[in-house]
Write a protein of this length. Structure first.
Length: 134
């Protein structure tokens, strides 16, 4: 279990607690033992309000964890199209590669699966569009 309050609040979608912690001086980009930050945890769990608070607090959208995954990789893998769009609008780089040399676009494609689980096909289109501009 992660013990840093900012990451626990972000992972569990407690925007009110997160807001209080940030106002008290919590470090927004503090990573855990695997390098996951509060932003990455919020992105992987689909907590849009928490994500917005962290972005307003200056969270860095392109930080990579120990697997070299960014918040965008984690959001698209979990299938959160709205989170992916918010991260891209905040400046997430759709061309960053993780330790498997996958950009978020390839990461999303790899998790679509034959049964349609995982990311929405729409996020693949959104990533493709942003990658072409980068």
């Amino acid at each position: 279990m992660d013990s840093a309050p900012i990451r626990v609040a972000s992972s569990n979608g407690h925007d009110d607690v997160l807001d209080a912690l940030l106002h008290a001086g919590a470090v927004v980009d503090l990573g855990n033992v695997t390098g996951d930050t509060a932003l990455q945890m919020a992105a992987s769990k689909g907590h849009k309000d928490v994500l917005a608070i962290l972005l307003r607090a200056g969270a860095q959208v392109n930080l990579q964890n120990c697997a070299a995954s960014t918040a965008l990789h984690l959001a698209v893998r979990a299938g959160y199209e709205d989170i992916g769009k918010a991260l891209l609008e905040a400046g997430a780089d759709p061309t960053t590669r993780n330790k498997h040399q996958e950009r978020p676009l390839e990461h999303a494609r790899n998790f679509l699966g034959p049964k349609g689980g995982g990311p929405s096909p729409r996020i693949v289109d959104i990533l493709r569009e942003h990658a072409s501009r980068a």
